[in-house]
Design a protein around this ligand. Structure first.
Ligand SMILES: Cc1cc2nc3c(=O)[nH]c(=O)nc-3n(C[C@H](O)[C@H](O)[C@H](O)COP(=O)(O)O)c2cc1C
Length: 384
């Protein structure tokens, strides 16, 4: 079973990930396979000062020997350089610990719900873990998942299509090189510049912006997931994974909203056969997913991010110690995280697809995984 678990507070010493279920023999190198995505996650116009402090890089501390996975749990750490500035408030030991409680809870953040849930009197106890700093650990784990998916020829990409009210034109080709060069991961340079301006205007006004990213799994083998059980459906699992990203409030699999507003005659992807492509669909409005199963087309989703809840011009809120109406707490914050969120969405899609791939082609070594994939693909061609 492929699974992963993260630990670590935003301003603690480090983030830790344990990934279990990766077959033996996967060639992996942190600098080559994990660090580039960690850097991509740190980027994007609209990020706050924290990203100037951090230099995210993964250190593999278990499960890999001589550049190859052993089949045992993989452990990774990502250091929080900002820990140096937080050693007092975030110290582990009780001795000489002086707490300066955060009590002015932020609207839209986890502060109040977390304090009520765990009976806490300091929002810092909540926000340190609710913070999206944790997603650096997921991106490191996602790098392992992407490396695994490459064995099956699959890859993942993302791009931003909306920031605030600036929308990129739809239907154009998405050049990955243009996306990677864009300050906001937008495939359209004109829309990208307007997005940058919108973020600058929000920053100047002490405000924040959300938006929408598209995440795509390319060359995903048909047959992952299942229509037989609600919790094995790949569509449901992808939606859950996307909604688990802090500030994601909506996921659209394929052209879901358009489909909801259109008659069936204009919605459904027509299956076809050709000698070179085998069975395929003539369009891909259903996001590469039929009945909760990957159908061989690209798996794609739109992921909708709400605006960041910590505003430089604070919203009105309440002090949880006094019940008094006050301005919400402000702590160094991002203005817009949609470009970074797109990279996190890539990691989450990779993790879900890697899990589904190992479920179907379960293997203890990469050689066995490759054989199982080859055998399955040979069977698929017999369908013709
Ligand atoms: C990459 C990334 C960075 C984020 N940075 C901030 C931030 O600087 N300040 C903030 O208030 N929220 C930030 N958030 C959003 C909060 O983590 C999130 O709103 C909060 O945990 C509550 O969860 P919810 O919005 O899903 O309900 C960020 C989210 C992501 C994906």
């Amino acid at each position: 079973m492929f699974r992963f678990l993260t630990a670590g507070e935003s301003h603690g010493p480090q983030l830790t990930v344990i990934i279990d279920g990766v077959p033996a023999g996967l060639e992996i190198d942190a600098a080559r396979d994990l660090d580039p995505d960690l850097r991509r996650r740190q980027g994007g116009h609209g990020r706050g000062k924290r990203q100037q402090i951090e230099r995210d890089s993964a250190v593999i501390t278990a499960g890999v020997r001589g550049g190859r996975t052993l089949g045992s749990p993989i452990a990774l750490t990502v250091v929080n350089r900002d820990w140096d500035n937080w050693k007092g408030p975030m110290q582990v030991e009780a001795e000489e610990f002086t707490k300066k409680a955060v009590t002015r809870v932020r609207p839209g953040h986890a502060d109040l719900a977390g304090m009520l849930k765990h009976d806490l009197d300091d929002a810092r106890d909540v926000l340190e873990r609710a913070s999206a700093r944790e997603t650096a650990a997921r991106v490191a784990a996602g790098g392992v998942a992407k490396t695994l998916l490459r064995v099956a020829g699959a890859s993942i990409s993302s791009h931003v299509v909306r920031i605030g009210d600036v929308v990129a034109p739809s239907g154009g080709t998405v050049d990955p090189a243009v996306v990677e060069r864009s300050a906001v991961r937008c495939a359209d340079p004109v829309a990208g510049s307007r997005m940058v301006e919108a973020i600058d205007a929000a920053r100047a006004a002490g405000d924040t912006l959300g938006g929408t990213a598209v995440v795509t799994g390319h060359q995903v083998v048909a047959g992952l997931g299942s229509y037989a059980h609600w919790d094995r459906r790949l569509d449901g699992r992808i939606a859950q994974a996307m909604c688990s990203i802090p500030s994601v409030k909506g996921v659209e699999l394929g052209d879901a909203l358009l489909a909801a507003a259109s008659p069936g005659s204009q919605v459904h992807d027509r299956p076809a056969y050709s000698a070179d492509r085998g069975f395929h669909h003539l369009s891909n409005r259903q996001g590469g997913l039929s009945g909760g199963v990957s159908n061989g087309a690209d798996v794609w989703a739109r992921v909708h991010f709400k605006p960041i809840s910590t505003l430089l011009t604070p919203l009105r809120s309440v002090d949880v110690h006094t019940g008094e109406e006050i301005n919400a707490h402000y702590e160094r914050s991002d203005v817009c995280v949609v470009p970074a969120g797109a990279v996190i969405a890539e990691a989450m899609l990779a993790l879900v697809l890697a899990e589904a791939m190992l479920e179907k082609f379960g293997a203890d070594s990469i050689a066995e995984l490759a054989r199982n994939l080859d055998g399955y693909r040979a069977g698929l061609s017999r369908l013709r």
